[in-house]
Ligand binder design. Structure first.
Ligand code: G1P
Length: 288
């Protein structure tokens, strides 16, 4: 039912400089896959088939990654390395990829508004690729899409964080509908230490109803002088139709060096070693 997934990917990734000087932060690999590929995989698993990427200057490798590379395909054809392309080939064949440039960095809310042209008047998901979500069963977006079918409201994924961390996130509060569902009545973008309305932090997975675009159009710059999706969602929540969901699974903050390393170690043990289709012969001298 939700077809579109939006990937805001115009940010500079300054915390990883110099690695991100000419490489998009969304292309940073967790073991052998770029971060954005994990997000696209999650969206496809949730039944979505239209990936809309909001890019910026210097991000053309994102476009290339989701396109064929004929030279490489030709070189690798018939070798034992060919299966290494299976996953990305399947992602390319399973969805349409569209791209739009955000010319000015005016915040996450502005990036999402920029994606309106690609998403149209439809409910859509948003994935912030530097929040890597790994779930043993259903992916986090699939869990959220099921909730959307039930509530027909915007859904934001949240997790409990220590009090000392709340200033790094959008933080929500509201009325508990069940152990893992909260009807949002309050939300604050990066509250000052000691002022957070709860310890439930928004992580980078959203399902948004399209009326959010009109709200974003009228949203004034907030925290950091940027147009914040959190502020627009608080406005939308006045209608009682924004739900927070304590998702099932693990989430790594790959926007920080510590989270990135943690994700790399976890994925190496639990994703790469378990799922690896190819035994790379490290003694081989033939380079492809
Ligand atoms: C953004 C959102 C914030 C959310 C966070 C999740 O912040 O503005 O509300 O909690 O993503 O990762 P950023 O991390 O881009 O500063």
């Amino acid at each position: 039912m939700i077809k579109h997934c939006l990937f805001p990917a115009a940010g500079y990734g300054t915390r990883f400089l110099p690695a991100t000087k000419s490489m998009p932060k969304e292309m940073m690999p967790i073991v052998n896959k770029p971060l954005i590929e994990y997000g696209v995989d999650e969206a496809i698993q949730a039944g979505m088939s239209s990936m809309a990427v909001v890019t910026g200057r210097g991000k053309s490798s994102l476009m290339d990654h989701f396109d064929k590379n004929y030279e490489l395909e030709h070189q690798i054809q018939g070798t034992n390395k060919e299966p290494l392309l299976d996953d990305i080939r399947s992602l390319i064949d399973s969805a349409q990829y569209t791209f739009i440039r955000q010319r000015e960095m005016k915040g996450l809310g502005h990036a999402i508004l920029t994606g309106k042209e690609l998403v149209g008047d439809n409910p859509f998901a948003v994935v912030l690729a530097d929040d890597l979500c790994i779930s043993e069963q259903e992916g986090v977006l699939a869990q959220m899409a099921a909730l959307y079918r039930q509530f027909r409201c915007s859904i934001v994924a949240v997790e409990e964080v220590p009090e000392s961390e709340t200033h790094k996130y959008g933080v929500i509060a509201g009325e508990h509908l069940s152990d893992d569902l909260i009807r949002i009545t309050d939300m604050v973008e990066k509250p000052e230490q000691g002022t957070a309305p709860s310890n439930l932090a928004i992580i980078g997975r959203y399902i948004l109803t399209p009326d959010i675009f009109d709200i974003l159009q009228d949203t004034k710059p907030g925290k950091g002088g940027e147009i914040q999706i959190t502020d627009a969602l608080l406005e939308q929540a006045k209608s009682g139709c924004v739900i927070a969901y304590k998702f099932k699974g693990k989430r790594f903050d790959c926007g920080s060096v510590e989270g990135y390393i943690e994700a790399t170690n976890y994925c190496y043990q639990n994703v790469y070693l378990k799922g690896s289709k190819v035994k790379i012969d490290r003694s081989s001298t033939k380079k492809v």
